[in-house]
Design a protein around this ligand. Structure first.
Ligand SMILES: *Cc1c(COP(=O)(O)O)cnc(C)c1O
Length: 351
């Protein structure tokens, strides 16, 4: 049977997304979804959609949606590419910018999908290990065709300052895609680097800050020629009609997104302080999740104990960089009180 499958595909592991259990009694803090409702305008537009339009193909280039995104970032429509989740945008970037002999760079740890996307295209991976404090320093003479720079980083939750990112992108010989999935939760972002540097793209998603992981919408902004290359190779109708409409009204309603983000930031501060008091090492999160290290019990055992109490968080396995930590999405305040109760129960040895 194996002779029918490409060797590189046989050799690779598939991406394993966080579990998506539907059990209502679980407190689900494992995939960085937003616990609050998206804009009420989303409900309105869905009620108003005439089902006759669904018989037709959608706009292949998502013009109305891209106008709204271009307006938001103060750029031209030709500088905006829209995809079926930012995961699709990332995959297309490898296909568009990396030759067969080329390479893909990213920090380790960062988003665990990048190496898998490189494996799918069968191109070289050039990870750069972060230091013990999860900071970065590029190795001398480092080069790659494309570098995925996650900022703020996942799963570490830390932001790299623009003052550090800017000299790196200006010196780098390949394309830099700054993956800003969490930028709305951070104090700073690098969008303007994409507007002035011809080798920089900035990617955003509606999955986190806009509470719309279910519609699958991501986009990137940057140089018109890079954006044009992505348009050449995408599927004809990569973003469906319903998603285009929902995303458009959600982005127009910045107030709802910002209010939800503010609530998450407040909860983040409270939980972060409480965990610090309980003896956890907690990184300074600029995202909608916390990257925490328990004391006196292994992270792996801790995740298991939380699971027994119906709380699911994300553990990234035995890798040297990640084995001592767990990633906890910021949920609603009641969800986080349930989480903190469970944490205290575990620390006090109660079952
Ligand atoms: C969640 C996430 C994505 C994926 O976004 P989608 O639009 O849901 O595909 C991309 N990059 C990072 C760093 C993420 O955390």
């Amino acid at each position: 049977m194996n002779h029918l499958i490409r060797k590189s595909v046989q050799a690779m592991a598939g991406y394993v997304p966080g579990e998506q259990p539907r059990d209502a009694k679980l407190v689900k803090l494992n995939t960085n979804e937003n616990p609050y409702l998206p804009s009420a305008d989303v409900q309105d537009i869905l009620s108003m959609i005439d089902i006759a339009v669904l018989a037709r193909y959608p706009d292949p280039v998502c013009l109305e949606l891209r106008k709204v995104i271009a307006e938001l970032h103060g750029c031209e429509v030709e500088q905006v590419f829209v995809g079926n989740g930012s995961d699709e945008v990332l995959a297309l970037c490898i296909r568009a910018f990396v030759e067969r002999q080329g390479s893909v760079g990213y920090f380790d740890p960062s988003y665990s999908l990048y190496p898998i996307l490189a494996d799918i295209e069968d191109v070289e991976k050039k990870p750069v290990a972060l230091d013990a404090a999860f900071g970065w320093q590029m190795p001398a003479d480092y080069a790659a065709s494309l570098f995925f720079l996650t900022n703020p980083n996942a799963p570490t939750s830390l932001q790299y300052s623009k003052a550090n990112v800017e000299p790196f992108v200006k010196e780098f010989g390949g394309v830099v895609l700054i993956d800003e999935a969490y930028a709305d939760f951070a104090q700073e972002n690098c969008m303007d680097l994409a507007l002035v540097n011809e080798n920089v793209l900035v990617a955003r998603t509606l999955s986190k800050s806009y509470s719309l992981a279910g519609i699958r919408l991501g986009y990137c902004v940057g140089n018109t020629e890079l954006i044009g290359a992505l348009y050449k190779i995408k599927d004809s109708y990569n973003v469906n009609y319903l998603t285009q409409e929902v995303a458009r009204v959600a982005i127009l309603d910045q107030n709802t997104m910002k209010a939800n983000v503010q609530a998450i930031i407040e909860t983040r501060k409270l939980v972060s302080e409480k965990l610090t008091d309980l003896g956890f090492a907690v990184t300074n999160s600029e995202t909608n999740f916390l990257w925490i290290k328990p004391q006196g019990i292994s992270a792996k055992a801790f995740v298991k104990e939380l699971g027994k109490k119906n709380i699911i968080v994300r553990y990234f396995g035995d890798d040297e960089h990640t084995k001592d930590y767990l990633r906890v999405t910021i949920g609603t305040a009641p969800e986080m009180f349930a989480f903190l109760d469970a944490v205290e129960g575990i620390l006090n040895g109660s079952e």
